[in-house]
Ligand binder design. Sequence first.
Ligand SMILES: Nc1nc2[nH]cnc2c(=O)[nH]1
Ligand SMILES: [Zn+2]
Length: 453
Amino acid sequence: MTSFNESAVGIAHVYRGTFVHSTYHKAVEILEDRLLGVDTEGKIAFIGSGKEVDSLSQKWGFEALAVTQLGQHEFFMPGMVDTHIHASQYSYAGTALDLPLLQWLNMYTFPVEARFKDLDFACNVYTHVVKRTLRNGTTTACYFATIHTDASLLLGQIANDFGQRALVGKVCMDTNNFVPHYKETPEESEGETKRFIGELLKKKYPLVRPVVTPRFAPSCSSALLGHLGEIAQNNHLHIQSHISETKEEVKLVKELFPDYDSYTDVYHRHNLLTDKTVMAHGCHLTDGELKLFRETGASVAHCPNSNISLCSGMLDVRRVLNHKVKLGLGTDVAGGYSPSMLDAVRRTLDTSKALTIQDTQYHTLTFEEVFRLATLGGSQALSLDEHTGNFEVGKDFDALRVNTDAAGGPIDLINHGEEPKVLLEKFLNLGDDRNIAEVYVAGKRVVPFVDRP
Ligand SMILES: Nc1nc2[nH]cnc2c(=O)[nH]1
Ligand SMILES: [Zn+2]
């Protein structure tokens, strides 16, 4: 039930139509002809039957005529959660996919990221990535920025200005043999991380939080990892990094950290594995490492476009879920070339089917399961599911108004009276931003963009 005082918080909007979401027990739950009320704080105040419009309008004090009615081929679904995206790498998305990870970082990534010292350059790229992801239905994004504190703060400001829910990480790295000007000393990295966290929190952006961001073990000394673990622990902060993306990287970590049992153990012994940690990729994690994820509550960001584009590996999502490790989806721009979570959904299904081609006994993921990973699963992976991820009374209204029959859109031949589940499947497989008529974050309509072009 609602936790707030009903008389103190009014109803701001009421929507009537089909709502499609996931619950902890059901991958897809279809709620037909429902009325959903959003209060003035952007939270879901009630969900009732459309037939009860008169009694609900009396109880909650809204005009029955003020209800927004969805069209026949429309539905609301929860906003999607991108659990891993490099905002800074959006500048070269769609290119540079011809090298394996470690060479790719040296050749393309580090030289580009070094440019974010220039705040004008940063502002342009960050504005584009926030707008593009919002327009594609990403209501929550967990961002890597670069090592530059002021540019990272700017990313937080831009996410706030456009109304996106975001975790923003100033990247930390004190090891870089290939592009030596793109690194910090351990003292700089520690000090600038503290400044970043302090200044971002001081802004009191309602939906933007800092996340402690060691790039990955090969870019960080043990001293730096230790400092970052301590900062996260002392301030109860989120943590993000990369793990076991490629076999070559796992081998390198073994050489760099010979006294540790595994790659996961490196992070664990620096206090970087907590229930607010999200680690990208994890393609080559062992059962023992997944057990450590489960025990600590750390989660995996599955980035299938990137895993295929850089030939890194194919994560066995079913195995991760069987270990009861939390898992969300990530675009991993620009290792992944698409900023759209719909692409992440499709690539997740493709990878699962590729694993099925290799082993016909494999338990292929269903589109319903992948829908959950893109929404509720992502919010769980980021430990934000108290606030977002599905349509539960008391949660923030983070939602996409999907119109499968949008004029000029990519979906043809929708039958009259088509089942909502079929509309969802068509949208996930064929849809794009033309089908996302509106995007809401914490009750506020953030797409279409109003004040800005
Ligand atoms: N895909 C990817 N993997 C990484 N590992 C360390 N840094 C990165 C990065 O920027 N992208
Ligand atoms: Zn990444």
